[in-house]
Design a protein around this ligand. Structure first.
Ligand SMILES: Cc1cc2nc3c(=O)[nH]c(=O)nc-3n(C[C@H](O)[C@H](O)[C@H](O)COP(=O)(O)O)c2cc1C
Ligand SMILES: Nc1ncnc2c1ncn2[C@@H]1O[C@H](COP(=O)(O)OP(=O)(O)O)[C@@H](O)[C@H]1O
Length: 310
């Protein structure tokens, strides 16, 4: 898959099958649509192309929109890369872009830049300034500019929308299993390991504190989780705590992981934790000793979970 930072950066001369969307999560419903795009391209000897936007339109059009996405843009690109697509265009969604008329958008972006021969799109897709135009307008433009429009049925699209909502809701309730089932992979968070208060090591539970570069990434409900990570190419399990650490008078939300049977300096490294299951709510303990005893119990639960899984 080749990746482009705007529609005009795409210089391929071959015609393509295009689909357009945010594809947040790149979950199993999205992947069914993408598979159709890839197969159509193969059958009709066209290129398969996805047009996606970044930042999310709501991040641009609504000030202070507290948007929470399942994937960072890097994760989205990595997941799309696995679907067998030929081209991914991540077009900057700006105010100027949002003001393109439907005609300008179709003519300049879809036809001139992307060389769309076929557009596979949801029946309720809207586009152009103020989202004025719909799929019937797109079909009309197709007559002028010689491209076909294939409609994704209401049923298929509903499945997609239901999945996204279910995944977000599940993660906000700590239901990792449901989220992972609809995603078709383990929900993950990546970040750089930064220094914390250095209290962890005093209770024999050092924790790698993750700093996230993106504020829009969805963070699951506060609590304790079993996770897995690849560290130096090795599969390592851990227990992650998400929350404000009330026991030690914390205020800021932290995401920190104790890796089981592991002892290495991780400061400054990039790590990804994949969420496997939820253990318990975050609790305000009356002492560090009570917290330590509870973490011992978390570790026992995690080890049992891992054993049952293997
Ligand atoms: C498995 C696990 C469970 C945790 N559960 C809680 C909790 O229920 N309540 C809480 O206040 N802190 C909890 N913590 C966070 C600790 O307060 C935190 O790791 C400790 O203060 C060390 O912080 P530091 O990394 O800044 O040194 C948990 C940490 C781990 C690793
Ligand atoms: N098993 C482990 N799990 C997590 N971090 C570990 C582990 N072993 C060593 N470390 C190191 O210890 C650091 C965490 O120690 P901690 O006392 O909690 O300090 P901090 O408050 O800076 O996070 C991690 O960032 C990592 O570099």
């Amino acid at each position: 898959m080749k990746q482009y930072s705007s529609a005009s950066a795409y210089k391929n001369t071959r015609q393509s099958v295009v689909t357009i969307g945010t594809f947040d999560g790149v979950h199993i419903g999205h992947r069914a649509i993408l598979k159709r795009v890839v197969e159509t391209a193969k059958n009709e000897n066209l290129q398969s192309t996805v047009l996606t936007f970044f930042p999310h339109p709501r991040m641009v059009l609504q000030d202070n929109a507290e948007i929470q996405l399942l994937n960072t843009i890097e994760e989205r690109a990595q997941l799309l890369n696995k679907t067998g697509l030929d081209h991914l265009i991540i077009h900057p969604f700006t105010h100027a872009f949002s003001r393109l008329t439907a005609l300008e958008y179709v003519r300049d972006i879809l036809v001139t830049s992307l060389k769309a021969k076929k557009i596979i799109i949801g029946y309720d897709h809207r586009f152009g300034r103020n989202r004025n135009a719909n799929i019937d307008d797109l079909k009309e433009y197709g007559k002028t500019y010689d491209f076909g429009v294939e409609e994704i049925s209401a049923r298929e699209l509903d499945d997609v929308a239901i999945s996204s909502t279910k995944i977000r809701k599940a993660l906000n309730q700590g239901d990792v299993e449901t989220a992972n089932k609809y995603l078709g992979y383990n929900f993950m968070i990546s970040g750089t390991v930064v220094k914390g208060k250095a209290i962890g090591r005093t209770i024999k539970y050092p924790t790698a504190n993750l700093h996230l570069a993106e504020s829009y990434k969805l963070i699951p409900k506060n609590g304790v989780y079993v996770v897995q990570s690849q560290i130096d190419g090795e599969l390592i399990y851990g227990i992650t705590s998400i929350g404000t650490n009330p026991t030690v008078g914390g205020k800021e939300k932290t995401i920190e992981t104790y890796f089981i049977d592991f002892n290495k300096d991780l400061y400054g490294t990039e790590i990804t934790v994949e969420f496997l299951t939820y253990i318990r709510e975050e609790t305000s303990f009356d002492s560090l000793e009570s917290l330590r005893l509870e973490i011992i119990n978390d570790e026992i639960i995690a080890k049992q979970f891992i054993k049952d899984r293997e």
